[in-house]
Write a protein that binds this ligand. Structure first.
Ligand code: ACO
Length: 436
């Protein structure tokens, strides 16, 4: 952390003594005011629900410029990674800081591939769920349960344990998501196949059956790999902050990642791709493109509580760069599958066009986010809607674990413990029950 020459001075209108606060410069992005000693110096906390102006940590992993619509993993633009690298190279970059050379890539791929199977006992654990359970309910349980199976990688203070846990989580997430899917449709689980790529193997575990040969389509494999890359990390979003906060207590990595999965489930976060596709289905059912005007009217009416899902972002106040790449993949996949005239895709394009021209969305800088198109791609691949968020969790696992390991490796890290502005009753006495 580099201190800036400038300092911030906080003064009080009641004549209280002003305080000087240090300012730090990152390599890019806004500078930060260090308020760590504010309480000791003034007896006051800062108030920032939703962390609108608070940097919760130092990080060297992902950088977003929301106004420019720019996303960098370890300095590399997402567009270059999505077109020149595969997901495992991206995982190596996020975890270790650099893209692998050929030898490193081969070694890393081998390492991950060798950890794709899960303990056979996991099958019995899975059986406890209802067949109609939501995949995210299953995933929250399964990921947390990994800590009961891999006792040799649960000590968060041991760097070797952290590294093995990272590899295990990246390797096993596709297996767990595919198992959750197979369980809900009553098909046998498919074991991972080590001669397939990470995305190809996932397609195999999802769609193959023991009865016949399954051939992985290179276009679908590439599309899925791109979905994984685009979702791999996104700096201090809600689920990543959850993982950091959960991990800050010293809990094991599997438990911390399970907390991230639970957070991601929400419709304002990872659940948005599912919600976006369901929204398109609803408009389609109501009459399709002709009903867009009516729908947009509802969205603009605050009392309706209807949102245009897949639009808007806390950080991007410009087109989400991932949405552009996803739109490109969407066209490629629909072309490959002969679905160019897919009514849902056409509806999405029409909705996007109208929203991008509408004053309500323009003035609020609401642009499509990655979820607007990723649902259409996944549906075309054959992935059922309730599984979308589980796939997001699969892809985000590397980001979560990289961020968690970065935090634990930082000698300055402390348990996260926000404070509050108390608005409840002052101290009072309990009355006997007959007098209440
Ligand atoms: N539809 C309609 N209006 C919207 C939308 C939307 N999708 N998003 C924001 N707005 C409006 C708000 O009502 C608010 O209007 P106001 O100023 O008149 O009160 C204004 O735009 C600003 O929005 P905020 O809610 O303050 O923005 P915030 O940063 O808190 O929320 C969020 C961001 C949660 C992503 C929001 O845009 C949203 O709910 N979008 C739909 C869900 C979605 O697509 N989530 C995916 C996020 S990306 C991801 O997780 C990968």
């Amino acid at each position: 952390m580099k201190a800036s020459d400038t300092k911030a001075t906080l003064s009080f209108s009641n004549g209280g003594q002003s305080v000087e606060l240090p300012i730090y410069k990152g390599t890019m992005g806004p500078e930060v005011i260090d308020i760590r000693k504010l309480y000791a110096q003034t007896g006051m906390f800062t108030y920032d629900p939703g962390f609108m102006s608070t940097a919760s940590c130092e990080s060297a992993i992902t950088y977003i410029d929301g106004d420019k619509g720019e996303l960098l993993y370890r300095g590399y633009p997402i567009e270059q990674l999505a077109t020149n690298c595969d997901f495992l190279e991206t995982c190596h970059l996020l975890l270790y800081g650099e893209l692998p050379n050929e030898g490193e890539k081969a070694a890393f791929t081998k390492l991950v591939t060798n950890h794709t199977m899960v303990n056979e006992q996991m099958q019995f654990f899975l059986r406890g769920f209802r067949r109609d359970a939501h995949p995210m309910a299953i995933m929250t349980g399964l990921v947390g349960a990994l800590s009961a199976f891999y006792h040799d990688s649960t000590d968060i203070n041991n760097p070797k344990h952290r590294e093995i846990a990272a590899i295990r989580l990246i390797a096993k997430m596709p297996t767990l998501v595919a198992m959750a899917y197979k369980y809900t449709i009553g098909q046998p689980y498919m074991y991972p196949k080590n001669d397939l790529s990470y995305a190809g193997n996932f397609l195999h575990m999802m769609f193959a059956t023991p009865c016949e040969e399954y051939k992985v389509s290179p276009v679908l494999e590439r599309a899925l790999d791109r979905i994984f890359i685009l979702h791999a990390d996104h700096e201090q979003n809600a689920s990543t902050s959850t993982v950091r906060l959960c991990g800050s207590s010293g809990t094991n990595p599997f438990a911390a990642i399970a907390a991230g999965v639970a957070c991601l489930w929400g419709p304002a976060h990872g659940g948005a791709n599912e919600a976006a596709l369901n929204m398109l289905y609803d408009i389609q059912k109501a009459g399709g493109v002709d009903k867009i005007g009516e729908f947009i009217k509802q969205v603009k009416d605050k009392s309706s509580n209807v949102k245009l899902m897949g639009f808007g972002h806390r950080v991007y106040k410009n087109y989400d760069p991932r949405a552009k790449l996803m739109q490109e993949t969407c066209r490629e996949v629909l072309g490959e599958l002969g679905l160019e005239n897919d009514p849902l895709f056409k509806l999405a394009m029409a909705l996007e066009k109208i929203a991008l021209e509408d004053e309500y969305f323009v003035s609020r800088k609401l642009y499509p986010n990655v979820d607007f198109y990723s649902g259409i791609v996944q549906r075309a691949i054959g992935i059922p809607v309730p599984l979308f968020t589980a796939i997001f969790a699969l892809a985000r696992t590397v980001g979560w674990i990289a961020q968690l390991n970065e935090m634990i490796g930082d000698p300055e890290y402390k348990i996260g413990r926000p404070r509050q502005l108390f608005e409840g009753s002052p101290k009072r006495d309990v009355q006997p029950i007959s007098k209440r």
